[in-house]
Design a protein around this ligand. Structure first.
Ligand SMILES: [Zn+2]
Length: 85
């Protein structure tokens, strides 16, 4: 025999997964929730791993563009930090 009072109270409190860290946060505590940086990082990696498995082509394109952008950024930074003589 369960306690009807407890189960209805549990069903009443909605828990939403935090979009940032994936933590289950009660609806009435969303405003107070602060993401744990470590947990947020792990959640990001978890989502990324999911994308790698499902969207290999898309990820490759993303990495290409990101790599290209990074190379451009590096080139620009090197040019800027180059000592003028
Ligand atoms: Zn969070």
């Amino acid at each position: 025999m369960g306690e009807p009072g407890m189960s209805s109270a549990f069903a009443h409190s909605h828990h939403m997964p935090c979009a940032e860290c994936g933590a289950s946060v009660a609806a009435d505590q969303q405003g107070d929730h602060v993401c744990d940086p470590e947990r947020r990082l792990e959640y990001r990696l978890f989502l990324l791993r999911d994308e790698v498995a499902g969207f290999d082509e898309g990820l490759r394109g993303y990495l290409d563009s990101a790599q290209g952008r990074f190379a451009q950024w590096l080139a620009a930074r090197d040019r800027r930090s180059e000592p003028r003589s």
